[in-house]
Design a protein around this ligand. Sequence first.
Ligand SMILES: C[S@@+](CC[C@H](N)C(=O)[O-])C[C@H]1O[C@@H](n2cnc3c(N)ncnc32)[C@H](O)[C@@H]1O
Length: 400
Amino acid sequence: MEVALVLHMNKGSGESSYAKNSTLQSKIMCLGKAAMEEGILKILKKSSIIPESMGIADLGCSTGPNSLAAMTEIVKVIEGRCCSLGRPSPELRLFLNDLFDNDFNNIFATLPTFYNRIRQHNKAPCYISAVPGSFYGRLFPTNSLHFVHSSSSLHWLSQVPKGLQSEERRMLINKGKIYLSKSSPQCIVNAYLEQFQNDFSLFLSSRAEELVSGGRMVLSFMGRTSSDPTADESCYYQWEFLGTALMAMVSEGLIEEEKVDSFNAPYYAPCPDELRNVIEKEGSFILDDVEAFPMEWDGGAVDHQQYTTVAELSRARGQRVTKTIRAVVESMLEAHFGTHIMDDLFKRYQDIVADYLSNASTKYINLVISLRKKETRGIMPEVIGYLKNILTLENYAFRK
Ligand SMILES: C[S@@+](CC[C@H](N)C(=O)[O-])C[C@H]1O[C@@H](n2cnc3c(N)ncnc32)[C@H](O)[C@@H]1O
């Protein structure tokens, strides 16, 4: 499976679209808001270092309202900061990145509303562009970005771990499962960890080239606090239950068993120590902060007061969770199993989730990390900013 070619959130704005079913991700994004604001304020900490032009990227922007909502917040913080320092705002270059098959048009259609919204806060010009491609590799010119934001995206790996791909191994070692399971042999656990380490390291080294010295990133994604990658909090059940639903369809002769054995999710929810190790080894960034936030499976979107019985509430929550998951994983499952089984598969999944939620209170863990690119040796950006200011003033005096 070529992840970069098959992974996309459900397109358009219909009932099963990501645009209509991404309130969980919107809540997750809000968890990173304080870190995002702090990161930007640190970039603009002195008036002498406010750049003329700022490059800002949202990586894994997908479709729907979330990415532009994040950009609106970022623009507001920059404008507020410049205003309080009595400096003109920099021109803003905003980049929306996602994989090639992403529904960028859905976002473009809402740009007029976005421009109207930010015009209330921002006086300086703002240029928006889409940048299709994988964030596991270079996307932007050298030293062109000041701030990178990404939410609910970095838990996707660039590919299914190599160790699981070979024909005879996958048949033997991950039978009946589509992700790490509590009974997975150590070699599968290692293969997932190694893929995550390689991917995240490549992500960091690519961004290190693109960010200016002292540039910052705030990244939020599914993770875990436990060192066990199959801990309940690591979104483990999301895949386990999809596997259970698929295997039920196998037993009824609706899918070939080989199809399930040969599918493995390109996903990994790391713990803080795994992140720290990669960041230290790669060496371009300083990890300023890591925070872990628990999140209800339904993002708290189902109002418990509306339901009189546990069964009704669980059904409503099962439905909500299924819509959210379907909008995210359907493209990948369709590419492997075919469109014809999707309704049946997600109906079964919904029942399994509802049953589970009737007597469990497992939460997802979302990690928010703040990173700063190490300053390069030589003339510090503060000094360059100071010199630029003097030159501008002298120029001005000379012209007068
Ligand atoms: C769940 S969506 C999150 C979208 C948005 N950030 C939000 O919070 O609503 C994850 C997005 O990450 C994108 N993605 C996954 N791997 C990627 C990669 N290697 N490069 C760029 N985008 C990627 C997916 O295509 C998807 O649109």
